[in-house]
Design a binder for this molecule. Sequence first.
Ligand SMILES: Nc1nc2c(c(=O)[nH]1)N[C@H]1C(S)=C(S)[C@@H](COP(=O)(O)OP(=O)(O)OC[C@H]3O[C@@H](n4cnc5c(N)ncnc54)[C@H](O)[C@@H]3O)O[C@H]1N2
Ligand code: MOO
Length: 392
Amino acid sequence: MISLDEALARMLAVALPLDAESVATVDAFDRVLAAPVVAAIDAPRADSSAMDGYAVRRADLSVMPARLVVVGESYAGTAAPPALATGKAVRIFTGAPLPTGADHVVVQENCDRDGDVVTVREAGDGNVRLRAGDFDLGDVLLAAGTRLGAGALVVAAGADLAEVKVVRQPCVVILGTGDELVSPGSARERPGTIPESLSPALAGLVIAAGGKVTRREQLADDLSTLTAIAIRAIEEADLVIVTGGASVGARDFAKPMFGPALDFVFNKVAMKPGKPVWLGRVGGTLVLGLPGNPSSALVTARLFMTPLVAGLAGRDAAGSLVWQTAMLGAELPANGARETLLRARWDGDLLVPLISQDSSSQLMLASAAALIRRPANAPAIGAGAPADYMPF
Ligand SMILES: Nc1nc2c(c(=O)[nH]1)N[C@H]1C(S)=C(S)[C@@H](COP(=O)(O)OP(=O)(O)OC[C@H]3O[C@@H](n4cnc5c(N)ncnc54)[C@H](O)[C@@H]3O)O[C@H]1N2
Ligand code: MOO
């Protein structure tokens, strides 16, 4: 069995951005650029006003108050008015183009208007935004690899791009295996069954990591059916997530269902919980097998699935796998031979392991906020000692 670090390194080595596609800029929120964004226009497109007021020649304000004749108007969206002669002013509004010759905008609060004449009491600031003061046509505004958060998306749209080239979102199929599993809400009427509790959460995590869930199925442990489903999943997905059936039970078919073409990236990891986790490929499709025990499934999803989806989507896969250090709020017993990830909660800024570390627990998952990392054979440590953790 390989170590957790080795398994994470192997996962990161295949968590590489998918190919590029063009999408409408309006639909590109949170996508990752596959090519730089280059400005198609200047911003601002012309010398323009930063305030509502009067465009003037600064030289005309040398003696105050200054009386100027208003010869026109300029609104945002209109063409620039004719050139401004000495002694004249143009009524202007925020974002509107300045007439040639004007180099100053007096805010209207500093002016008195009487018919065609405006009297300027105080010059104030210039209030002029120069053409291309924000960016120039042809400037590279965003590098490939940039995630289009709100700010970056404003830049792409402001650059006058109808479409942007982004990394394709991974298509993810989630397959839950187990004869005992039924949809939430129907277990109470069917003895021997339990609610299938993993796939809704896994689907949410996939979407949050930048993936697209294209199919989610709940499957009985029948190898011939599973094989047919696996073939279809491999054809349509970039990544297939299989839960359950990862162990050595007589009906554990998660690996056999993919047939002899399944090529392992790793198979089992020396960690607790989550030892049966595995990652492989069939042709160009990745397949990640998560153990069925709910706590094991979410711990391995946190460590392997989320970064893998993020990496395929062009995001920083390794960025979510950084271990941090915090002080323990309780003592920890000596650890066994498998590296252990304790589900923990915060008590102020202290980390406290949850009461149950059973890998089948569902309830504990609701309060798990961090994973404490305990190396194999680590000795007991007391409250107040530092521990490595990762947000969960
Ligand atoms: N002889 C051995 N037995 C087991 C080993 C082993 O090494 N030798 N490993 C154990 C470990 S560790 C784990 S973890 C589990 C993993 O088992 P599987 O991945 O094969 O999972 P299942 O057997 O299918 O299910 C385990 C458990 O989880 C429940 N489950 C499964 N899927 C779901 C779901 N989608 N929603 C809710 N609950 C689910 C299932 O009913 C079982 O109770 O194997 C140990 N055994
Ligand atoms: O490795 Mo398992 O997840 O402990 O029950």
